[in-house]
Design a protein around this ligand. Structure first.
Ligand SMILES: [Zn+2]
Ligand SMILES: [Zn+2]
Length: 459
């Protein structure tokens, strides 16, 4: 059972409480009237990183002191204070006029919270906040419940802010072991609309699209088997359909991870030269230095692609594609995606490969975080029998310029038995703070569909 007396005396929590009280008192509307420099000086002697460590430390003490069967009013208040203090510090650092352009201080604070495990504690805190209320004193039960929902809201909001910052892979990988079960436990509560919306966001906007990252898939799968009981609290909640879909997605993807790990070194690239069918490992190819996207087996291939293949007019469009891919996906995600595309292609065409020519364009839509199984979101175009048209929903801006290139190139490639796999993936977030913003990326792979695809080297 949680013994709040053990931590109420803690000077660290006291400090956070005092600071948060100061934040609260100085706040009018959305603005704070606190000088951030003197605040950091007073709190820790000047460093945003140190202040982050202080908060993480108080968080750890609070979380550790919990009995994990019930939660009481004091514990809820402590968690709320520590979360709100971090949240207010971050807002203050971001908003402060005098610090405008002084990104390092914000980064210092965020890195401090990451380095010291604060973000992991945050996920744990979400799970703890979903525990049954201890004692349920009849008079104040409503008040406690209100504070609990407020604390949940703050914790999820802060987590969302971490995932929105540039270093979002790291935070998501570090919290994904625990996040699913924490959300499952939370879903079992009677949530207020604001919290509901955030839970929804994490399920559909964060976790589902993250199923293209092998580390996150593994962490979620681990969380599922470690915390079945907490996770299962989502049943009979309004979130049941989303959880069911997410869990099915995790189950499907977790089986792929070991296969992906074994196949990681397979030669699986086809030279991007005009109608070239040389297959090899990526590192053996030359990369177009303009776009970092096209790969060539030789100088002649690179040259003829530039001129006859019209790459000089599409290089810029591929650069934007490549920049987007790199910004939004980790290297392991890109490798995993490549593996998924190949595997899905092979599975869908295991039969047709023996009987005839497989289609040379396959389009995969991974916007749900896994390949959609029905509807028109997955399309295969067989340009041996059909005129080639490629149009990918979700492509816009610079990607439109690439469509014309697909049409031209895929038709020529069909003649030599080279196919294209195109996939669309959804990613959450962007530079903006709006958590409803989603970004679509797509990836193109040229594949030799005639010989290597049908042989064991499917890579
Ligand atoms: Zn070549
Ligand atoms: Zn290029």
């Amino acid at each position: 059972m949680f013994d709040s007396a053990r931590i109420v005396d803690s000077s660290v929590v006291d400090q956070a409480s005092r600071v948060h009280a100061a934040f609260f008192a100085s706040k009018s509307g959305d603005a704070y009237n606190i000088d951030i420099h003197s605040f950091l000086d007073g709190a820790t002697g000047g460093s945003a990183h140190q202040w982050a460590a202080t908060l993480a430390n108080s968080f750890r003490r609070t979380v550790r002191a919990m009995g994990r069967r019930f939660i009481d009013a004091t514990a809820i208040m402590l968690i709320d204070t520590i979360v709100e203090t971090a949240h207010d510090t971050l807002s203050l650092l971001k908003d402060s006029d005098e610090l405008e352009g002084n990104v390092p201080v914000v980064r210092d604070f965020v890195n401090g919270l990451l380095d010291t495990g604060y973000v992991d504690q945050l996920t744990q805190a979400v799970g703890l906040l979903a525990l049954p209320l201890a004692g349920r004193p009849h008079d104040s039960a409503h008040g406690i419940e209100h504070t609990r929902q407020e604390a949940l809201f703050q914790a999820l909001l802060l987590l969302r802010m971490f995932l929105d910052v540039r270093l979002r892979y790291a935070p998501l990988i570090s919290v994904s072991h625990g996040l699913l079960s924490a959300l499952g436990a939370t879903a079992g509560l009677n949530l207020v609309p604001d919290v509901k919306e955030l839970v929804q966001y994490f399920l559909n906007g964060v976790l589902q699209p993250a199923l293209t990252n092998p580390q996150i898939v593994s962490a979620l799968a681990q969380d599922m088997s470690d915390s079945t009981q907490r996770l299962n609290q989502y049943r009979q909640s309004t979130f049941q359909p989303q959880f069911d879909a997410l869990i099915a997605g995790i189950e499907r993807q977790r089986l792929r991870v070991p296969r992906w790990m074994v196949k990681a070194d397979r030669p699986d690239r086809v030279c991007d030269g005009l109608q070239c069918i040389v297959v090899g490992e990526k590192r053996r190819f030359r990369q177009c230095t303009g776009c970092n996207y096209r790969l060539y087996c030789s100088v002649p291939c690179q040259r003829s692609d530039w001129t006859t293949g019209n790459h000089r007019n599409t290089c810029r469009a591929y650069l934007s594609l490549s920049t987007e891919l790199t910004a939004l996906t980790s290297p392991s995600t890109r490798s995993f995606l490549r593996f998924m595309m190949n595997e899905d292609y092979l599975r869908d065409h295991a039969g047709s490969a023996a009987g005839g020519s497989p289609p040379n364009i396959a389009m995969f839509d991974y916007r749900g975080g896994y390949r959609a199984e029905s509807g028109n979101t997955v399309r295969y175009v067989d340009c041996f029998t059909e005129p080639v048209t490629v149009s990918a929903p979700g492509l816009s801006g610079p990607h439109e310029a690439l469509e014309a290139d697909y049409v031209q190139r895929t038709a020529r490639d069909a003649e030599v038995g080279v196919g294209w796999n195109i996939c669309i993936v959804r990613y959450m977030g962007s530079e903006s703070d709006s958590y409803s913003s989603l970004t679509f990326v797509h990836r193109i792979l040229r594949k030799a569909i005639v010989s290597p695809f049908n042989a064991a080297t499917s890579g």
